[in-house]
Design a protein around this ligand. Sequence first.
Ligand SMILES: Nc1ncnc2c1ncn2[C@@H]1O[C@H](COP(=O)(O)OP(=O)(O)OP(=O)(O)O)[C@@H](O)[C@H]1O
Ligand SMILES: [Mg+2]
Length: 338
Amino acid sequence: MRHATLVEAEGAGGRDEADLVAASAPMRRLVAEVARVAPRDVTVLLRGETGTGKERVASLLHARSRRAAGPLVRCNCAAIPAALAEAELFGAARGAYTGAVEARRGFFSAADGGTLVLDEIGELPHALQPKLLRALQEGELQPVGAGRIERVDVRVVACTNRDLAAEVRAGRFREDLYYRLAVVELVVPPLRDRREDVPALAAVLARRLGARFGVAPVRLSPALVERLAAADWPGNVRQLENAIARMIALAPGPVLGPEAFAAAQPRGAGAPSRDAVPTAQGVPTPAGATLRERLDRLERQVIAETLAAAGGNQSEAARRLGLARTVLIDRLKKYGLL
Ligand SMILES: Nc1ncnc2c1ncn2[C@@H]1O[C@H](COP(=O)(O)OP(=O)(O)OP(=O)(O)O)[C@@H](O)[C@H]1O
Ligand SMILES: [Mg+2]
């Protein structure tokens, strides 16, 4: 029996957003589980290594649910500063804190009637864990500085690349919250366990990226696809996507052969971080650039190369750079690398 390899999310607003390649047996199993769980209004925990497609699976869960016509809101728990996290999640009354000149709507109320994806749930500040538990259990929340309680109707899908059960044992994550989140726990397998997905993924990514870059469709030769399927992708689908983006950006013609793969390897990829760090000479500097501009260019390049060398794993790149993850994410945003 032949299986469709591309799962389309019927009823989803942006169809392409929820399209998901699932050619391999492990991914087909996952998609079958998603189909079963999506219409039941339970909280789902998606676990998987960085770049495996957790967000995409979360979108599919939404698209296949009875909430598909409602909002799909994503909150990256690692990217919000601890001091603002409560207001970001639950909202804030006017004047709740300095600078709060207007009442502010939180992610939860923005997702009312729909799905809230709590990405990187393992990074949620500890102090917020009881409040999140209450929101999940009672469907109730209290905006910062507000006397009133708000009721919301939100389905939560949480994502993590950590072993949350281990975080619970280490005392870093509340056990009751873990059980409340992991009513259903689904695992998105790493790409090395489903190489059969690579050809279809490569084709879909090439099409998507070509459209995004506004270039004529680029075809990947069978020899190139073979190389891609055999390669190691510690950063999983995201790393594959970045490699294809580079190949398309550098493509000399409409068909990409295996030589494109080598040419598109980021300098220093896979090498220990010290080797991956470029010197100031490595950064082309336009005449008349100020010191600040030159340093920014250098910083951007160091960050981009370290991230590539870490296979797109932000935590690992932050560690290599000696930066807090939140600081790294700020820089990635600043330099348009996110
Ligand atoms: N099965 C798939 N089919 C099509 N595209 C995919 C698939 N899996 C991942 N992608 C694409 O790969 C990229 C990374 O996926 P996604 O952001 O969902 O990963 P993630 O697990 O959330 O990563 P992270 O842990 O870094 O947040 C996205 O551009 C996504 O669209
Ligand atoms: Mg993600």
